[in-house]
Design a binder for this molecule. Structure first.
Ligand SMILES: [Fe+2]
Ligand SMILES: [Fe+2]
Length: 155
């Protein structure tokens, strides 16, 4: 059952997000590490999967295309945040705005997708409160996936 769901979520992600997954920017993100040994690309795929899982488990009404695309693009900041560089300082606070401006440059976003990317670091970014259901789902999915990536191999 879990395997069936995973396969189903994978096909939904590819159906609505293939242009994002095949883009130059996302390709670049395969070379940037997010947490542990997980690339930003793999992290974003896992977060999209987790967003769908949460939304379906809680039986929420949501826009599938928006949930997939906003989740895939939430960390589209396109740099290695581990590299010491003045522009990467306070990455946790600033990368959502960088991801949003890159995503707006490379893709057409709706208002909810913009909000998802902008607010995904709430409550660290306390002033950027999620304003849509899809944004709250992403916020939660990102934290669950990030915790699993950080703890992988430790516990
Ligand atoms: Fe992020
Ligand atoms: Fe993330």
């Amino acid at each position: 059952m879990a395997e069936d769901n995973k396969r189903q979520y994978d096909s939904i992600i590819h159906l609505y997000g293939d242009d994002i997954l095949n883009s130059e920017g996302m390709n670049d993100s395969k070379h940037y590490i997010q947490h542990g040994d997980t690339s930003v690309y793999d992290h974003c795929l896992s977060v999209a999967d987790m967003s769908l899982k949460i939304a379906n488990t809680l039986n929420l009404n949501y826009d599938t295309v928006t949930l997939v695309r906003g989740s895939l693009l939430h960390d589209y900041f396109l740099y290695d945040w581990h590299e010491k560089d003045a522009s990467h300082r306070l990455h946790g606070y600033h990368h959502s705005e960088k991801a949003l401006s890159n995503a707006k440059r490379d893709f057409e976003l709706n208002e909810v997708e913009e909000d998802m990317i902008r607010s995904h670091m709430f409550p660290l970014n306390i002033s950027k409160v999620p304003r849509h259901k899809e944004s709250v789902i992403l916020c939660l999915a990102d934290k669950l996936v990030s915790a699993a990536e950080v703890l992988h191999g430790i516990i």
